[in-house]
Design a protein around this ligand. Structure first.
Ligand code: 5RP
Length: 237
């Protein structure tokens, strides 16, 4: 199987999981990325089972609408039974680096509201220690240079402004910029997330350690493996 075929299979297995675990008429939280797009494709076969979706990005909203899902504002919901999203890295405890697609802030907001976070990924994303994938941080543009200097001074990290193909800064759906931090070895994700969260000008850290996954559907060339995590981090928020 190619990596694309594995992602497609994970998307299908995630849709099967949601179709069997989530009651009819529910609204589903939907992340961003190529694996999530396969999930949306697969879920659309049972679209009428659902009231609609909460979307984590403009790109996902377009994809949902192309499959005729109704997209709702997060604030219109009393509760969200499930959130399904990809990851750039996931460690053995379900902590993740996210934000490769630049949607980390809305992803984290939705993850915080969901009863269950289901991570969907291929096996290349499973790592013993987070940090090989550069850690995205969404920042207020005014603070970007000061934050980059602070990161260089206080961590081993090497911050790089995320650029688009045309050389201009990547701008998030919220109008901010992203610093990608290379060269981190994240032995204690909760401590790092907590500490970076305090820095003025930081909007969101792409570390999901306090809002880690409840379970991961991990695609391999032999099929999809389900990993359940013990979740005790929420009280830390
Ligand atoms: C977007 C994300 C994505 O979930 C992450 O980048 C994984 O994407 P893909 O499924 O395309 O590998 O965090 O901000």
């Amino acid at each position: 199987m190619t990596q694309e075929e594995i992602k497609k299979l994970v998307g299908q297995v995630a849709a099967d999981y949601v179709n069997t675990q989530v009651p009819e008429g529910a609204t589903i939280g939907v992340g961003t990325g190529s694996t999530v797009n396969y999930f949306i494709d697969a879920l659309s076969k049972k679209r009428d089972r659902y009231r609609g979706a909460i979307s984590s990005s403009i790109a996902t909203t377009y994809h949902l609408i192309s499959h005729k899902f109704q997209v709702f504002e997060l604030g219109s919901l009393e509760s969200l039974p499930i959130y399904v999203d990809g990851a750039d890295e996931i460690n053995p405890h379900g902590a993740m680096i996210k934000g490769g697609g630049g949607a980390l802030t809305r992803e984290k907001i939705i993850a915080a509201e969901a009863d269950i976070f289901v991570c969907i990924a291929d096996k290349s994303k499973l790592v013993p220690v987070l940090g090989k994938f550069p850690l995205p941080i969404e920042v207020i543009p005014m603070a970007r240079i000061a934050l980059a200097r602070r990161i260089t001074r206080l961590t081993t990290g090497i911050p790089m402004l995320r650029l688009m193909h045309n050389g201009k800064p990547f701008i998030t759906d919220n109008g901010n910029e992203i610093l990608d931090i290379y060269n981190l070895v994240i032995e204690d994700p909760i401590m790092l997330e907590r500490s970076l969260n305090q820095w003025p000008g930081v909007v969101t850290i792409g570390l999901f350690s306090m809002l880690s996954a409840n379970l991961c559907l991990l695609g391999t060339k032999y099929g999809v493996q389900r990993i359940d995590y013990e979740k005790n981090h929420l009280s830390l928020l």
